[in-house]
Write a protein of this length. Structure first.
Length: 240
C-alpha cells in the first residue's frame, strides 16, 4: 500500500475543522467528514500540513521496512519527527481551558467520584472493537493515529529513530500527535459510561485538549453524527 498524498478540503461552513482524504495508487480520494452544523467546529484545532507529510513518511517507512530496506525506513521515521508538529501540539493540550466556549452551570459541574461509572478505561476487547468500527483515523479531526502498542513495537526495531522519553521534548513529535486515544464523548467525569456507544477513537490533541469538558462547552460537533473516515491508513500495524 502506498499513499501518494493527503488533500485538505476547505469547509464552506464557518468554524468547521479539517478533513484528510487520501489519494491512493489504486483509486481516488475517499470521503471526508463534514460538519453537521454551522455553529459547531469539528475539532479543537486544525491539524497542520506537516502532520499529513509525517504520515506519508511513516507509511513509506513501513513499506521500506517490509521490503528489507531498514536504513531507508529509519531515515523516514527520523524525517517524520518534525518540530513544527510539536510546536502545534503543545498549546492544545497544555491548557484545556483555552478551548472553553460556553462555561458549565453549577448543575453541570463534574460529578463526585462516587457517582461516576466505576470502569473508566476501555478494555482491550473494547479497543479492538473501536478500531473495527472507527479504523485508524481520529473521529474528530481525521488525523491518522497509531496505537501505543504499535509505537512500542516500532521503537524496539528502530530505537534511535523513534525517540520516546518521559518528557514531551524527548518524544517523537509525529508519534506523539498521532497517539491513539479512546475518548468518552460524554466525559467520564460528567457521568459518561465506558461503553462502546460513548467511546470514539481520537488523536492526542483532540482527547487531551478537550480534557473533561463536554462537546457543548467547547463548541465541537458530536463525531458520532457522521460516519467514520475510511482511508487506507492502517496505523502502521503492518510494520512488524
Amino acid at each position: 500500500m502506498k499513499i501518494t498524498g493527503y488533500e485538505r478540503h476547505a469547509k464552506t461552513n464557518v468554524g468547521a475543522g479539517p478533513s484528510f482524504t487520501k489519494t491512493l495508487d489504486r483509486g481516488g480520494p475517499v470521503a471526508s467528514p463534514t460538519s453537521t452544523t454551522n455553529s459547531l467546529r469539528l475539532c479543537l484545532s486544525e491539524p497542520i500540513p506537516q502532520i499529513a507529510e509525517a504520515a506519508r513518511f511513516l507509511d513509506e517507512a513501513a513499506t521500506a521496512h517490509l521490503s528489507g530496506r531498514s536504513e531507508l525506513a529509519e531515515d523516514l521515521i527520523r524525517r517524520a519527527d518534525m518540530p513544527e508538529i510539536r510546536k502545534w501540539l503543545k498549546p492544545i493540550w497544555a491548557d484545556s481551558s483555552v478551548h472553553l466556549r460556553f462555561p458549565a452551570s453549577q448543575e453541570q459541574k463534574p460529578l463526585s467520584k462516587e457517582l461516576r461509572s466505576k470502569e473508566r478505561l476501555a478494555t482491550t476487547s473494547d479497543k479492538a472493537r473501536i478500531h473495527q468500527r472507527d479504523g485508524y483515523n481520529c473521529r474528530f479531526c481525521g488525523m491518522p493515529i497509531i496505537r501505543r502498542e504499535t509505537r512500542a513495537r516500532i521503537k524496539a526495531i528502530y530505537p534511535t529513530a523513534l525517540t520516546w522519553g518521559s518528557k514531551d521534548v524527548e518524544q517523537h513529535a509525529a508519534f506523539q500527535a498521532m497517539w491513539a486515544q479512546y475518548d468518552h464523548v460524554v466525559p467520564h467525569a460528567r457521568g459518561g459510561p465506558t461503553i462502546l456507544e460513548n467511546l470514539v477513537l481520537t488523536c492526542a490533541a483532540c482527547n487531551f485538549g478537550r480534557a473533561g469538558y463536554t462537546l457543548e462547552e467547547v463548541a465541537v460537533a458530536d463525531p458520532r453524527l457522521r460516519p467514520p473516515l475510511r482511508t487506507a491508513w492502517d496505523g502502521l500495524e503492518r510494520l512488524r
